[in-house]
Design a protein around this ligand. Structure first.
Ligand SMILES: [Zn+2]
Length: 299
């Protein structure tokens, strides 16, 4: 799950269970070190559920918070008799997945989490100071983040390329690999484009694009129709034809320590690389052969 999906989940959960009491918490005994702390939240109210990037944060009434981060796909199941749940599509866990955590609310049904998240149990006042959260940049949905501030953060972070800059949570949090690939495709940027080569206008367009796509992802995760790109246009589509030009989509690592990037080699033309010793590109280097043969002195 990426930032938009986690934010949608937080909003859906908040609508259903904030200010409700947790009647019962079931945790598999062999899966959680924090078994005892988790169970201490039984009988307490949930004050708030919110997201920060890909973190889902629960605040309980006794000053304890849970912070969950998806390592792989999360599966959530939410069964509620609450009248508000009519607006929510049910979330059904994949068959055979072992649940990690099951909450039973007072007269409000159950909530089950399956998957492999990082799961922290912290004092609410200490959440922002935890090493995993204190370095996070502004959330991609943070409307207070201005374009000039974002551009300054991107340039200051000295990322190797725009692909790594988008994924760097200390610049902005909530952008996962799929959102990154789709943003670069929509903005016509090759994943390896050096940050230093981007103009202020290109960076502005990049931020606008990532915000539009994040918003679309959020609305889809909320079960609301959203016309913008309802399927991945490049992500995980290696070899399939590009929607725009028909060229086969390629996949590559963006930089030595980069994540996989899916992109269209035509719509996202690669940046021009500086040539060593002023060598000519191959197409031009081939040309002088004829010239050279003409220059051979007659024997
Ligand atoms: Zn294309």
């Amino acid at each position: 799950m990426e930032g938009p999906q986690v934010k949608a989940l937080a909003d859906r959960l908040a609508e259903l269970v904030v200010n409700r009491r947790v009647d019962r918490i079931d945790v598999p005994a062999d899966r959680w070190q924090a078994n005892v702390l988790l169970k201490h939240c039984t009988g307490k109210n949930i004050n708030a559920i919110h997201s920060l990037g890909q973190w889902l944060i629960w605040d309980f009434s006794h000053g304890i918070s849970w912070a969950c981060f998806p390592l792989r796909t999360w599966q959530w199941s939410l069964e509620s008799t609450n009248r508000h749940s009519e607006n929510c599509k049910p979330l059904i866990p994949r068959a055979g997945r072992r649940p990690l955590l099951k909450l039973t609310f007072s007269n409000e049904g159950t909530f089950t989490l399956s998957g492999r998240p990082i799961f922290l149990v912290l004092m609410t006042e200490a959440v922002a100071r935890h090493p995993s959260l204190r370095e996070l940049g502004p959330d991609i949905f943070d409307s207070a983040l201005t374009i000039s501030e974002w551009a300054a953060r991107v340039r200051a972070a000295k990322a190797r390329n725009i692909s790594q800059a988008l994924l760097n949570p200390s610049i902005t949090c909530g952008i996962g690999n799929e959102l990154k690939c789709e943003t670069l495709f929509t903005a016509h940027l090759h994943p390896s484009t050096p940050v230093a080569s981007l103009s202020a206008a290109e960076l502005e367009h990049c931020l606008q694009t990532v915000r539009e796509l994040a918003s679309a992802g959020y609305h889809r995760a909320m079960g609301q129709p959203f016309p913008l790109h309802d399927h991945p246009r490049v992500y995980d589509r290696a070899g399939e034809p590009c929607d725009n030009c028909g060229a086969p989509i390629e996949v590559d690592r963006s930089g030595r320590d980069g994540r996989w990037s899916w992109f269209c080699p035509i719509c996202q033309a690669p940046p021009e690389e500086p040539t060593l010793f002023e060598k000519l590109p191959f197409s031009q280097r081939d040309l002088p052969r004829e010239v050279a043969s003409r220059d051979v002195p007659p024997s």
